[in-house]
Design a protein around this ligand. Structure first.
Ligand code: KG4
Ligand code: ZN
Length: 347
């Protein structure tokens, strides 16, 4: 089963070809995984500009599809399905990917699969690891921070979510305050490597409270106040603040996942989304999983941040269940994984 995956929901134009397994078991093969990162387009604005992103996707998408097919050594006629991110995300970019996917599906008479970007992250672990359903998932990206149980494609129960900011957003803000550049996650992780994680005592919102919700706005404010007091040229202080911040996020993740594992015991804890690329946070979650007799499984670091392979893989998972989308699918700027979940509140 060969599926082309198109990802255009934020600032990465990404296209991949993935081969699905013959049977119902997980683990696929990535035949190509191309990405054009729009970092240079957005850098001088210090964040992603939606209109610029949409135009850049439009300029690059055709060339990337050609490249992904060439690298995979397949033609459009060989494909079994065409998957594109259908939301949630910046709507201009999502429209570019969806329109391109639909046009290819129509012209070549292939099934079209509109993939929820969050489901792409949620299922991505099964592309490379033989993880069975159900599992507990911590999904932490630039726009989301949620704990969910995953029973299968389209079958999620949300145990908790952030009541304000996402964890990735907090990493990006910390990097910006300290002049470490954009995107912030990798820069903060690098700076934290030599720092003292105990130097700054930062607040741990929601820590030791019942439930599985998150909050990061208080932490963001505390980091801003600490950053304002320190000399940005003092590399030791910057490293110490990054390390203290990262440890605090680790404490919060560990605490929330402990509650989730108690509430919904599962043999596997999965972490996915851009923040899952953080090696320190992965090690903290490994400890939490082990303490509950569970195992932490995460996608390889390079597949944690946005990529086309996770969209193609979610397409494989849906295609083998026959969950194909019609060509009148409308891009969805908002698209919760668990539509029954209510808004989280401060406790
Ligand atoms: O999943 P993703 O690529 O895009 C969204 O769907 O949002 O996640 C991007 C987020 C950014 O906030 C970025 O700073 C964060 O993931 N991130 C990291 C690391 N790499 C990326 N955060 C912490 N440590 C990292 N190594
Ligand atoms: Zn993402």
């Amino acid at each position: 089963m060969l599926v082309l995956g198109i990802e255009t929901s934020c600032d990465e134009t990404a296209v991949a070809v993935v081969e699905g397994p013959a049977g119902p078991q997980p683990v696929g093969r990535i035949l190509s995984n191309t990405v054009y990162s729009q970092l240079t387009e957005h850098r001088r604005f210090g964040g992603v500009v939606p209109e610029i992103a949409a135009r850049a996707h439009l300029e690059r998408i055709d060339g990337l599809i050609e490249q992904a097919l060439a690298e995979a050594g397949v033609g459009l006629a060989d494909l079994d399905g065409i998957a594109a991110t259908g939301g949630p995300g910046l709507i201009g970019g999502v429209m570019v990917g969806v329109m391109t996917g639909k046009a290819l599906a129509f012209a070549h008479d292939k099934p079209f699969l509109a993939v929820n970007h969050l489901e792409g992250h949620a299922l991505s672990v099964r592309l490379t690891e033989p993880v069975e359903f159900p599992y507990l998932l911590l999904l932490a990206s630039g726009g989301h921070c949620q704990l969910l149980t995953v029973r299968g494609p389209g079958d999620f129960t949300r145990l908790g979510t952030t009541i304000d900011d996402a964890a990735g957003e907090c990493f990006d803000k910390t990097a910006k305050l300290l002049g470490l550049g954009f995107p912030g996650g990798p820069a903060v992780e690098k700076a934290a490597a030599g720092g003292d994680p105990k130097r700054f005592a930062l607040p741990r919102p929601m820590w030791r409270k019942p439930g599985c919700d998150f909050s990061f706005s208080g932490l963001k404010t505390a980091v801003r106040q600490a950053a304002e007091k320190l000399d940005p040229n003092d590399a030791t202080a910057v490293a110490d603040l990054c390390a203290s911040f990262q440890r605090t996020v680790g404490d919060v993740f560990a605490d929330r996942c402990t509650n989730a594992l108690a509430l919904a015991p599962m043999p596997t804890l999965v972490v996915a989304g851009g923040v899952a690329a953080n090696v320190y946070l992965r090690s903290r979650l490994e400890e939490v999983a082990a303490a509950h007799g569970a195992t932490l499984v995460a996608p390889p670091v390079r597949l944690c941040t946005d990529n086309g392979a996770m969209i193609a893989w979610a397409g494989v998972e849906r295609l083998r269940l026959g969950r194909v989308d019609a060509l009148d699918f409308r891009p969805r700027p908002r698209w919760p994984l668990d539509p029954t979940a209510t808004t989280a509140k401060r406790v």
